[in-house]
Design a protein around this ligand. Structure first.
Ligand code: SAM
Length: 302
């Protein structure tokens, strides 16, 4: 622990042994695989936590994080990479709107319930883009009022920090894609003025369709009571090794409805193509009956 005058952190070093202890801890906690090339990145990210606790050694911080569950959550907030943007991989949102939604509206015309999950949602741009694509589909395919349909989006991440940003739904105007039509912006966003000039806020009727929750994809069981018609998990599994990828894909298979769609990132794939059949660019469809492993209502987040 530091005392007295401010300390220079620039001389702090992380031994290989200590690096492996941290990377093992991170892997066991979140399934995120850090190889030794990531050492300087890990140092710069952990440094924020050392400063916060006024500590001058990684060994001291390691002891704290091992003993303190809340600090583990904070450390995972720091080390996760959260790059995202609205309508990232635009073709996926077009496919959702033009192919998947019409199919769901037809196949689920009786029960009128649609559930979508954005797993690894980061700061919210992905689930908001999904919700906008869904609303545009309802409009385009003549569904008079979305109230007739019970449509909910679950958005989860391991990082509580990004979930706070996501839940607030406030972004810089410049984060919207340049080509986004003006009428779409005014339909789904409020523009800030005066001290909020340059900001946009997602309208409440969009936010209200989304539940933001912490969910660690490393967990053995996910607290989900219903199956999902669509799961997005894009640019998340790139941080996992093969064992963790297999675990996550098998959980998605378990929690997808029959004929449900799984959207992955542009460099990601599934292992078992008999059960998840490719239908579009990194989009897979569940091909066989599977059980959903329902949770008791009180334990479930959706
Ligand atoms: C690069 S962002 C991808 C965001 C968004 N899906 C996209 O494609 O734009 C990856 C997200 O995965 C989350 N993540 C990493 N490991 C996770 C885990 N074990 N469980 C849940 N989320 C995790 C990170 O916190 C981060 O927000």
């Amino acid at each position: 622990m530091l005392t007295g005058t401010a300390h220079s952190y620039s001389n702090l070093s992380l031994s290989d042994e200590m690096f492996f202890l941290f990377s093992d801890l991170i892997y066991r906690a979140a399934g995120i695989k850090l190889n030794v090339q990531k050492k300087s990145l890990l140092i710069s990210r952990l440094m924020k936590r050392l400063k916060k606790h006024n500590m001058d050694s990684f060994t001291e911080y390691y002891k704290k994080v091992k003993a303190d569950e809340e600090e583990l959550v904070e450390m995972l907030n720091c080390i996760s990479t959260n790059t995202t943007k609205f309508f990232r991989e635009k073709h996926h949102f077009e496919y959702l709107k033009n192919k998947v939604m019409p199919e769901l509206l037809k196949n689920k015309a009786d029960e009128r319930i649609i559930r979508i999950w954005s797993a690894g949602c980061s700061t919210g741009e992905e689930p908001y883009s999904i919700t906008i694509a869904v609303c545009e589909a309802l409009k385009e395919f003549g569904v008079k009022s979305s109230e007739l349909w019970d449509i909910k989006i679950l958005a989860t991440d391991i990082s509580t920090k990004v979930l706070r940003t996501a839940d607030a739904g406030i972004y810089e105007y410049e984060q919207l894609p340049e080509e986004m039509p003006k009428e779409i912006i005014s339909r789904y966003f409020l523009k800030g003025n005066k001290e909020n000039e340059g900001l946009i806020k997602v309208k409440d009727f969009i936010r209200d369709k989304i539940r933001f929750r912490r969910l660690n994809l490393k967990d053995g069981e996910y607290p989900l009571k219903r199956s999902f018609d669509v799961i997005f998990c894009r640019n998340v599994m790139i941080y996992f090794d093969d064992g963790m990828k297999r675990h996550v894909i098998s959980k998605f298979h378990q929690h997808l409805s029959d004929r449900g769609h799984l959207f992955l990132g542009h460099s990601e794939t599934v292992f078992d193509r008999e059960q998840l059949v490719p239908t579009y660019i990194t989009v897979y469809k569940k091909s066989m009956n599977g059980n959903c492993g329902h949770k008791r209502e009180s334990e479930a987040i959706m």
